[in-house]
Design a protein around this ligand. Structure first.
Ligand code: HAM
Length: 425
């Protein structure tokens, strides 16, 4: 008699995706390709805690943002300290750079990170409560060519995984010199409009956000709103021109979006977003920008920095939307061993162990399957080669190497060197 499980099956928390095989292969490939591209541009990996003191995000990301005021996973730990699951990566990188004095060495400090971030958002397609990003931060130098590097790197990341249907939107959000005056100008414009209570309140605490309002009537009223890009100081204007000029020279296409509003408060000067039209409402596949005051805000030197966060989940969805299948993702191993009979299986277990040691990805059919069932395993694994070993081969000290793509086969000596040579030929 089998015992009945009386527990109800559990599911993952709301809004949190699982990546199970085979889809997980695409997820890993995207994440690793992004990180590879970052390393290729001189960024070094930084591994950061998944939770931090709540103060870090309140100070770093900004109290007036939705991310901090509504979306943080904040709780008291058992020692009654308020901690928060990181909603983004930039503030944590800054904290670590200051704490480990990386900003006292050669500048810019160029760092790369990836992993999960947590935001209590309303879940929907492409909007998760646990989201995955690959990010970079280049800290300590305010050079427009560094802005261009970071943007071109993000563009290359997407292209490297075969994504094409995206566009890069770019603007400048000004600096501490020109932004306050612009903010006042925008506020006087907004306060003269017949805005509802909530929007007026938003205009008071974060007027830039009103520029991004999706409602038709508000959008109509905002048509003549003053734009930051028309009110940049001389320094910000030349900086922005140098960035766009360099992107032109690099052949990185972009559109200027002077109404861009980012969900985090720390941005200054160059700010950008990558948008994909195949994703519905959650179209932002990545974004970033320069942040002048952030380091000082967290208690460090007053150094500038620039970086991006690329959404891995949304990139995977965008690839699906474009029908892009990454080369080889369906391949679990290159070589699959099929031993028919007890003795052959024992020998096969040894052989595949040796093949793995020589760097060939290998698996085998377990559980005493017959030829047909075992070959199905080779097929499921997406293997390029099956190694077939029956009593006859075993006696002759040979193994048959079947090429599963072109159905050719060769018989080679029953040892790892000979098999390796056959599958690598
Ligand atoms: P962010 O724009 O908030 O920027 O997030 C970057 C990317 O993460 C988004 O473009 C999106 O693809 C993805 N993402 C954000 N929220 C979700 C969600 N709920 N579900 C799925 N994907 C999501 C930052 O986080 C900045 N720290 C980026 C940065 C680095 N800026 C400068 N340095």
């Amino acid at each position: 008699m089998t015992e009945q499980n009386s527990f109800k099956a559990l599911s993952a928390p709301k809004g949190v995706p699982d990546y199970v095989p085979p889809a997980s292969a695409t997820f890993i490939r995207v994440r690793d390709e992004f990180a590879h591209q970052a390393r290729q541009a001189g960024y070094q990996h930084i591994e950061l805690p998944v939770f931090e003191d709540t103060t870090l995000f309140a100070r770093g990301v900004g109290e007036s943002t939705d991310v901090v005021s509504k979306e943080m996973y904040t709780f008291a730990d058992r020692g009654d300290r308020s901690v928060t699951l990181r909603p983004e990566g930039t503030a944590g990188v800054m904290r670590a750079v200051i704490e480990h004095n990386l900003d006292r060495g050669y500048l810019p400090v160029k760092l790369n990170y990836y992993g999960p971030f947590f935001r209590y958002e309303r879940p929907q397609a492409g909007r998760y409560r646990q989201l995955q990003q690959v990010g970079v931060e280049a800290i300590g130098v305010d050079d427009p060519y560094l802005d261009a590097e970071v943007i071109a790197l993000a563009d290359r990341c997407y292209r490297a995984v075969g994504l094409t249907g995206f566009r890069l939107e770019l603007t400048s959000l000004g600096c501490r010199e020109c932004r306050p005056a612009y903010r006042e100008k925008l506020q006087s414009f907004l306060f003269a409009l017949p805005l509802d209570e909530e929007t007026r309140h938003r205009a008071e605490i974060n007027p830039l956000r009103v520029l991004d309002d999706k409602r038709e009537d508000v959008r109509a009223m905002m048509a003549d709103a003053p734009l930051m890009l028309d009110h940049l100081c001389e320094g910000c204007r030349t900086h922005f021109e140098a960035v766009t000029g360099m992107l032109d020279n690099m052949g990185v296409e972009y559109v200027i979006n002077p109404r861009m509003v980012r969900g985090l408060d720390y941005y200054t000067k160059t700010t950008f977003e990558f948008v994909h039209d195949g994703l519905g409402a959650q179209s932002g596949i990545g974004g970033g920008g320069r942040y002048d005051g952030l380091m000082a805000q967290i208690g460090g030197q007053d150094l500038s920095g620039i970086g991006f966060g690329l959404g891995v989940d949304r990139t995977v969805l965008a690839l699906e939307a474009e029908g892009v299948v990454l080369e080889g993702v369906e391949r679990r191993v290159d070589v699959f061993g099929v031993g028919i009979g007890e003795k052959a299986q024992e020998r096969m277990a040894l052989l595949i162990n040796e093949l793995r040691a020589s760097g060939i990805s290998t698996d085998m059919a377990y559980g005493g399957r017959g030829l047909k069932g075992a070959m199905k395993g080779a097929d499921r694994a997406g293997a390029k080669f099956a190694l077939v070993l029956g009593d006859r081969e075993l006696e002759a000290g040979e193994v048959t190497v079947k090429n599963l793509a072109d159905h050719s086969q060769v018989t080679v000596a029953l040892n790892a060197e000979a098999v390796a040579a056959a599958v690598q030929a």
